[in-house]
Design a protein around this ligand. Structure first.
Ligand code: SF4
Length: 683
């Protein structure tokens, strides 16, 4: 598995029904008469078998799975045995989607085949676009993991750029799949004029689709989307081949299905892909002379009998490696080390054993500062992703680099992701985010360490004014945050051992670097703050913790200002501000928000409350008065106004109510649920 770079998918599929609430023109089951639904016991049996084959996820397809009567029960059962669930849907049954999301289905694959009225035409359902659009918005706002399927047909190929823009603007999918419509099953009976007539109504030649598809790909590439093109002639997408996922690649795509194949070895899975290739596609015509036929898989046999080979442009160069064009998965693994050591030797052995190609190992072992070593690594890097791995890391899992890259590809908003650093005793290791919660698979944080992480390649460099080691990594990500509005996360599913050796005479105790960092980023030392009480989890050191709190606040401010729709960051920002009794950044953020969201009573209330907490009664009063007059029934505003009046009359500065988050404090009276519900309203 490691040596080939081909990792078998761990996603199963359950074909649950043929009943459907649409009549898609290109449906592969158009000629199938029955509308069966699989018995629940049979579904549960298939789920258990999927798990036993080593799968971690399952897609439900149909028909339309949302109208399967016991779908909620199926979701709960699958999740209870440890299978992460995803439903493929046309999005017509909004209420059912809502219930299934509540039942625990957090991943959805939404079929969006046409733009606006074309969606109605393709599905043969009046109002289909509006219904799907409502579902898409709901899933987006609920924070579900959404992927999109678009089948390439005559009705939509010229709208692909518009569809791409819609996906970006309204759906925010993690992955977009463009699926070429090939004449499978009865659609392939080209001796029957009636079938050919219907086929020609939906199918369009791949060479006609290609220019429109490339436009859509350009648009989505620019915005860092993960886009797959399935079952499309490779030679018609020259320059875009890395998007293509045909029969030779399909068994290795983490979002494609295992089709019941066991055991999970690259050889067995590749053979299964090749079997698809032989059964469905042709090696005749110009494909016979094409050097990439075993990368492409060849042309669909039925298609070739209808349209021939004249549009194709075979390759003269030769390869049979399915991932020949997957340069988008390539990373430079950079190991900066002060000097060769036993740890370093062990790490290199581990990397060689457990890292999947394509990757480039860049080792820099010079007796110079960590910043200089890291920059030397960056100068040598050539790939879209950079993985930094300190020499005191061990315990990598097979394919760890691919896992890190996949997580980053799914998360366009992120600049970098850290593996979860664990201590040798099994406890959670320290990290610059002060984050120690293992619950969510991907924890969004305001800073990550460089000990074992992946980030996007840019022209950013480590500041070489930092001597020895320590703080240069935090500085690097501060730069990313400022320059790109980058966000970060810790992947709890990718755990590594961090021996946490202080190297190069530095680490967090490097006083020179600490002072440089503070002055560079305009941080102040905390006076009288009990840092340990304000940060989650065990502190690395008391001074480090206090600085982390300050850093977190500033980073949160940047994050909120960069993406005003990020409710998690906004809530964190408010809580951290109140927790540290440090309000100036929150005040500035709220004043900005009020300029454009003056109709949001929650924002106005938060601003008044924030001013009140700082004893700025004269500024708080007009905001609260205005709020109370505009929303007379809004009890928190009345209560706040009373408190402002009382304190204002007393004329005494308000004594801070402590260093911890005060449950009785002003902002706690705000119902964050209202923010969540009104998310799009103040976007
Ligand atoms: S095998 Fe045929 S369809 Fe595929 S790239 Fe080669 S010429 Fe094109």
């Amino acid at each position: 598995m490691i040596s080939t770079g081909l990792i078998p998918t761990r996603r199963a599929v359950i074909d649950i029904n043929r009943a459907c609430n649409a009549k898609c023109r290109m449906c592969y089951y158009t000629y199938e008469q029955s509308d069966w639904s699989k018995p629940l016991e049979e579904v549960q049996k298939e789920l258990r078998a999927s798990l036993e084959r080593g799968n971690t996820s399952v897609d439900f397809t149909g028909g339309e799975p949302t109208i399967y009567p016991q779908m909620a029960e199926v979701i709960r059962y699958a999740e209870s045995i440890g299978l992460h669930t995803c439903i493929i849907t046309n999005g017509l049954a909004f209420e059912k989607v809502k219930k299934l999301a509540e039942a625990g289905c957090t991943e959805w694959l939404l079929s969006i085949h046409g733009f606006e009225e074309q969606q109605d035409r393709v599905l043969n359902v009046p109002g289909a676009w509006d219904k799907m659009d409502r579902t898409a918005r709901f899933l987006n706002e609920s924070g579900c993991f959404v992927r999109v399927n678009c089948t390439l047909i005559r009705h939509n190929f010229k709208d692909l750029p518009k569809l791409a823009a819609y996906y970006d603007r309204e759906v925010g999918p993690r992955i977009v799949n463009f699926i070429n419509f090939n004449p499978h099953y009865e659609w392939g009976r080209h001796e029957q004029p009636e079938i050919v007539k219907r086929l020609n109504e939906v199918q369009v030649c791949a060479s006609e689709v290609a220019p429109w598809l490339k436009q859509a790909l350009d648009y989505l590439n620019e915005r860092k989307y993960w886009v797959n093109v399935r079952y499309f002639p490779l030679c018609l997408l020259k320059g875009y081949e890395h998007h293509v996922c045909n029969n030779p690649q399909v068994m290795f795509d983490p979002y494609e299905w295992d089709y019941g194949v066991c055991p999970k070895t690259a050889e067995v899975y590749l053979e299964h892909g090749r079997e698809f290739q032989r059964r469905i596609n042709t090696r005749e015509g110009v494909c016979a002379s094409c050097g990439m036929i075993d990368v492409c898989g060849g042309l669909n046999r039925n298609y070739s009998q209808l349209h021939g080979f004249s549009e194709l442009d075979p390759y003269s160069e030769t390869s049979g490696y399915p991932y020949q064009f997957k340069t988008d998965l390539a990373a430079d693994v950079i190991i900066p080390a002060f000097r060769p050591s036993e740890n370093l030797r062990n790490l290199v052995c581990e990397i060689t054993e457990k890292t999947v190609p394509p990757y480039n190992l860049v080792m820099v072992t010079r007796q110079q500062s960590a910043a200089k070593n890291r920059n030397e690594g960056l100068r040598a890097s050539q790939n879209p992703y950079v993985i930094m791995c300190d020499d005191d890391i061990s315990g990598l899992s097979p394919g760890w680099n691919r896992d890190l890259i996949y997580r980053l590809r799914e998360s366009r908003e992120l600049f970098g992701i850290s593996a979860r650093l664990m201590n040798p005793d099994g406890t959670v290791g320290r990290n610059s985010a002060g984050h120690f919660d293992l619950a969510s698979p991907l924890a969004k944080v305001d800073m990550i360490p460089t000990a074992c992480c992946v980030f996007r390649k840019t022209d950013l460099r480590f500041d070489e004014r930092y001597i020895r080691a320590g703080w240069e990594d935090t500085d690097f990500f501060m730069q990313a945050l400022r320059k790109y509005g980058g966000r970060f996360a810790i992947a709890n599913t990718i755990r590594v051992l961090h021996l946490n050796e202080e190297k190069n005479g530095g680490g967090v105790e490097n006083e020179h670097n600490r002072r440089l960092f503070l002055s560079k980023w305009d941080f102040v030392e905390a006076d009288g703050l009990d840092g340990q009480s304000q940060c989650d989890g065990p502190p690395p050191s008391s001074s480090g913790t206090v600085l982390n709190c300050r850093l977190s606040l500033s980073a949160l401010y940047e994050a909120v200002m960069a993406d005003l729709t990020d409710m998690e960051a906004f809530k964190s920002f408010i809580q951290r501000s109140y927790g540290s009794r440090c309000f100036h950044l929150l005040e500035s953020c709220l004043k900005e928000l009020v300029k454009t969201r003056s109709s949001s009573k929650e924002i106005c209330y938060l601003l008044a409350s924030c001013l009140f907490e700082q004893a700025k009664y004269d500024e708080a009063r007009p905001v609260a008065v205005d709020l109370a007059s505009r929303y007379p029934g809004y009890a928190p505003a009345r209560s706040l106004l009373e408190r402002i009046e009382t304190m204002g009359q007393q004329g005494a500065p308000r004594v801070p109510s402590g260093t911890s988050w005060d449950p009785g404090g002003g902002a706690n009276e705000t119902n964050f649920g209202e923010f969540d519900r009104g998310r799009t309203a103040w976007r």
